[in-house]
Design a protein around this ligand. Sequence first.
Ligand code: ARG
Length: 594
Amino acid sequence: MNVLQSLEQRLGLALTGLVDSPAEYASLVRASQDARHGDYQANCAMPLGKLLGKRPLDVANDIVARLDLADMLEPPTVAGPGFINLRLRNDWIALQMQVIAADPRLGVSVVANPRTIVLDYSSPNVAKPLHVGHLRSSIIGDSLTRLLRFLGHEVITDNHLGDWGTQFGILIYGYKNCLDKNAYDADPLGELARIYVHVRRLFRQADDDAEGDDPVAVACRLETAKLHAGDAENVALWQQFMPHCLSEIDAIYARLHMLPFDHTHGESFYQPMLADVVRDLREKGIAVESKGAMAIFFGEEEAPSLIQKSDGAFTYTTTDLATIKYRVEQWNPDEILYVVGSPQTQHFRNLFIAARRWGYDKVKLEHLPFGSVLGTDRRILSTRRGVELLLANLLDDAHERARVVYEESVNRAKQEASERGQEVEELSAEEREHIHDVVGRGAVRYADLSQNRTTDYVFDLQKMTATDGNTATYMQYAYARNRSIFQKGEVDVDALRAAPPVPELPTPHERALAIQILRFPEALTAAAADYRPNLLTSYLWDLAKAYSGFFQNCPVLKAETPSLRQSRLLMCDLTARVIAQGLGLLGIQTVERM
Ligand code: ARG
């Protein structure tokens, strides 16, 4: 159950008859920042006072008198100019803990009106190795997929690969002119990567898209043009290269623990449709001829979007328009979301305007931009010691860092145990390797997702794997430590879950933890509403803090009475389950023993 939503609903009922649009005012309920003002606060009396020409204090008292929430709340109080403070009843909270414990979804219901959502993310330009720039789209898109699906939406994931661009002209030129055949037979992907870099170095200027007048760049461009024109040899080479490119990105996706995509319709998939798209846009008067090219205009001040260049070539925009048409016809979605970096904001703005003019005005089109990953020098992280920083290397570093952090902590624990004359149980080499993996990629994912999506962030492995901050590593340790209580106490967790008690919540620490657990659905709803996974990480961090307050003050295995022990075990178990579920929605794993 979503407490915030229930409060809004009931407040709405209390406001009916007082005002024409109760929902608008009922939505002014917030979780309190300060426990002294109750658990939630309704702030509607002030604007309502203005509207009704009454004193907010009188309005607030009037609302309180009409509010039918006695089962859930202690009698509400009015403070200051007209704040209504709402405090949940302890017996009600305790009952909810029992309900949540028996619910595999931990109190999170599926949405009443599921939407069909196409999620376009990752979408790298293939044929060159993935670099840091591909990290955020992949991780954010993957987490949003998990979150939206969990809430009951139908999410169709589509990896819009850049698989038809100028990079293939570079590869084809390299293959024809500088191939080491033996190397290619032995390791096709390695040789393709070498060729790519080698040819790029032959250009006199830095020229990512082979656009300059450098003779090699011109030759590469010619190979691309031949490919696009259907030249048999070049098309065959493209077909030969693609599986290698795909296996490279799949390997990275596996290392990032990403869900498989439902569809991988890259740019090449849409090529046969582009001429029709241009014809249709022209016939409808949406695109017009301009300097020998076909363009869509957005007003005097703005640069137009080209959909066909004067040499006949179609563009990124043309493909994206064909993609919208295809997705709408194929899946009839309510929303199409694009997880793509902020530099493409203008592209999407124009694309959406063009699509709406073209008749795709029912589907919600939204660009979810994100900021850059910075190095510790606060510059965009793209190279290391002048060499392009590949995503694979970055993940290697994270894995290595996780190994060091974990093994150090194991050694410390061993040392401390031996000083006490005890021994710690050794995990197998295999189990430890798995932990390094889980901790390494968890750190990378969490650090990314815990940032406000639109801001830049510094990639700092030291901080990302800190065992005492808002990191995946901290959460994973908190989870494993929690699990060890059950091991140590030889508690039958399944039995506890099958017949959970109504827990006693005698201390403020237990109450605070229970409220935090109760707020899980609110956090998920907020994160999904705004497509912001960082609202989920903030929630988990608050939960972890509440748990640590509880754990330091409330003995569990040594609780005063058997029923208090059961209560506290239940609170521990609920915390662990919410952490695991919350991390799971971020694509981060937990381990039972660390
Ligand atoms: N391949 C593009 C790039 O790397 C991103 C594609 C995003 N999706 C889209 N439908 N335009 O910049």
